[in-house]
Ligand binder design. Structure first.
Ligand code: NDP
Length: 283
């Protein structure tokens, strides 16, 4: 199986490149070859590909700066996936796209089902929701995989920030009222490989959720990072109201991942073992 991947440097894209199973070839396109701000360059790459399926692992992921650069974020997260999905549909290629828990408003304390009404709180969520709508409207076979709290040994993410601060400080205040599932990028890559294989072999697509288990708070996650990294830094719980950010974050980011397991046999990964892998790699 050959996969055309948009994104080369991101957390998920890197794991797709290095975790390709035997018999899977990944052709990953960076910004220099396919700029999502210019969706026609992405469509052209799909028109010309000899791949069996297309994965979009690129996105505008700067949540706070999307508030003041919505048009640009919408171009990358809304227009580009829409055009990619149309090009993939024209070629009858399965199109796999990653979305986010931020399409929900975060109310309640139950895990969100894939068909729960969306109501993003911020510009990033709105731009990602536009991408979902465009991918569905393209009418081809597609998978929209909503995930949350992505972490890896690469790029900027919560694990790396906590490790840096945990070495510098004796105590840290971390938000304890946002609950969700930390998700190792490696597990997302493996899930995408399995789903792509199934879709190429005839399985259908749809909108599904995939996040690490068990659900926790950012503060709980931070404590686990400190403990597993052997850092003595104490993590104090604070409410979101004590840590204002330009973009409002959902309090409830729990995702019900049952449908993905039913459709493709892909279970929620335990983020604690993924965290150990990340710590080993960083060491
Ligand atoms: P990263 O922020 O690690 O990487 C983003 C990637 O997108 C980079 O490769 C970047 O390339 C690329 N990119 C951004 N803009 C463009 C552009 N205009 N043209 C081409 N490439 C571009 O992302 P993740 O791997 O963390 O995220 C993967 C997916 O998961 C995304 O769809 C994201 O929305 C979703 N997601 C992420 C979460 C998270 O916590 N990170 C949570 C929930 C969902 P470059 O290096 O050139 O900038």
């Amino acid at each position: 199986m050959k996969l055309l991947v948009f994104g080369q440097t991101g957390q998920v894209a890197r794991e797709l490149i290095r975790r390709a199973p035997v018999g899977v070839t990944v052709l990953a396109l960076g910004r220099d070859r396919a700029d999502l701000s210019d969706p026609s360059s992405c469509a052209l790459a799909i028109d010309r590909t000899d791949a069996d399926a297309v994965i979009n692992a690129a996105a505008w992921t700067a949540v706070d700066s999307a508030e003041t650069a919505f048009a640009e974020a919408l171009g990358v997260n809304g227009d580009a996936p829409t055009v990619m999905a149309q090009a993939a549909a024209d070629r009858r290629l399965p199109f796999l796209h990653i979305s986010t828990d931020y399409v929900f408003d975060g109310t309640g304390n139950q895990p969100f089902l894939p068909d729960h009404p969306t109501a993003p709180l911020g510009a990033y969520g709105r731009s990602k929701l536009a991408g979902e709508i465009g991918v569905r409207a393209a009418g081809g076979k597609h998978l929209i995989l909503r995930t949350s709290w992505v972490v890896s040994a690469h790029g900027t993410n919560f694990v790396k920030t906590m490790l840096r601060l945990g070495r510098e400080r004796e105590a840290l205040n971390v938000v304890a009222d946002q609950i969700g599932g930390p998700t190792p990028a490696a597990a997302i890559a493996d899930a995408l490989f399995a789903a792509a294989r199934a879709m190429v072999d005839g399985a259908g697509g749809g909108t599904h959720h995939f996040s690490g288990a068990p659900d926790t708070s950012w503060a709980g996650f931070a404590r686990e990072i400190m403990a597993r990294a052997g850092l003595a830094c104490v993590v104090n719980d604070i409410p979101s109201s004590a840590y204002p950010t330009p973009a409002k974050r959902p309090l409830n980011s729990r995702l019900d991942c049952t449908s993905l397991e039913v459709a493709y046999g892909i279970a929620r990964p335990d983020w604690r073992s993924g965290l150990d892998d990340i710590l080993r790699e960083l060491a």
